[in-house]
Design a protein around this ligand. Structure first.
Ligand code: ARG
Length: 285
């Protein structure tokens, strides 16, 4: 579909936001001390205070857009804890925790489980298979798109379907730069007519065909968008928070009536992260 055609169907004024409920964790102990994805280089210096400034700006942005942000405490010795998306999938009051592939991150799962139950939420199911939560699961409002290939095990997809009671669609990731689903795909619009943006080359041929069937009008990102982790976006149905460098993707989105909000997340990217990695959404049905 051309951008002009898309614009004719859905003019700018028709994009509506719905108030979101996000969970974030400050990068107090952020560092790159190990390498568990190709973006991480422990020899490259990381400035924790710069990461904190970038994270605070992300949080302020959500608040300015009218969303609720709950902040959970960071713990020393867990430098990746800022990536809150990896610790749970919460849909319609049901919650599934995480089980990390890397031993360096394993303890994060229990911290989230404890915090979540202390907040008064009903008991959370903990997965028995490797499951990196919203890093590899994206809720469209009707389907739970699920990635595997580098982190989350395919068997975790079936486990998620049982625990959450929603249909899961398994997708295969094939490029190690895009090691989590949320580095290659994000949901622009949830609900009756869901819409996504994705980078096709990050997926196997069969998974690409699945995405084409499900989302024939999806926003297709290119290598430049993907290689700045531009697909690690957060959309509220109108405003789309993206890394600063994702200018091509931002232009496509603008032409479709979305409002890109570009933020500097360069320090967090040194760990392979971006806006979405830092953001867990508590989804209602
Ligand atoms: N360094 C972290 C890891 O490799 C980054 C996680 C990013 N989170 C995400 N949802 N993609 O696990």
């Amino acid at each position: 579909m051309t951008d002009t055609a898309a614009l004719a169907v859905t003019p700018v004024q028709q994009r509506t936001t719905t108030r979101r409920s996000y969970v974030m964790c400050p990068p107090e102990h952020f560092a790159v001390e190990y390498a568990i994805n190709p973006w991480m280089d422990p020899d490259e210096p990381v400035d924790t205070s710069v990461a904190m400034q970038q994270w605070l700006e992300l949080r302020r942005t959500y608040q300015r857009l009218g969303h609720s942000v709950q902040v959970r405490p960071a713990h020393p010795g867990l430098p990746d804890m800022v990536f809150a998306a990896n610790t749970g999938v919460v849909i319609g009051g049901r919650a599934l925790g995480a089980r990390f592939r890397a031993p360096e991150r394993a303890a994060e799962a229990e911290h989230f489980r404890r915090w979540f139950t202390e907040c008064g939420h009903r008991e959370i199911v903990m997965p028995s298979r490797v499951n990196e939560a919203e890093g590899d699961f994206a809720w469209t409002g009707g389907l739970l798109l699920a990635g595997s290939g580098f982190r989350t095990e395919p068997a975790a997809h079936a486990e998620a379907q049982e625990a959450l009671g929603v249909p899961v669609v398994s997708l295969q990731l094939v490029d190690s730069r895009f090691y989590h689903l949320d580095t290659a795909l994000f949901v622009l619009e949830q609900g009756a007519q869901p819409q996504i943006a994705y980078y096709p080359e990050a997926f196997s041929a069969g998974s690409r065909r699945v995405l084409e069937r499900l989302y024939p009008d999806a926003v297709i990102a290119d290598e430049a968008d993907a290689s700045c982790l531009g697909l690690n976006g957060v959309s509220d149905g109108r405003n789309v928070v993206l890394p600063l460098e994702a200018t091509g993707l931002a232009a496509h989105l603008r032409a479709r009536g979305y409002e890109p909000v570009l933020l500097d997340v360069s320090e967090l990217r040194k760990s392979g992260g971006g806006p979405k990695c830092c953001t867990m959404e508590l989804h209602s049905f």
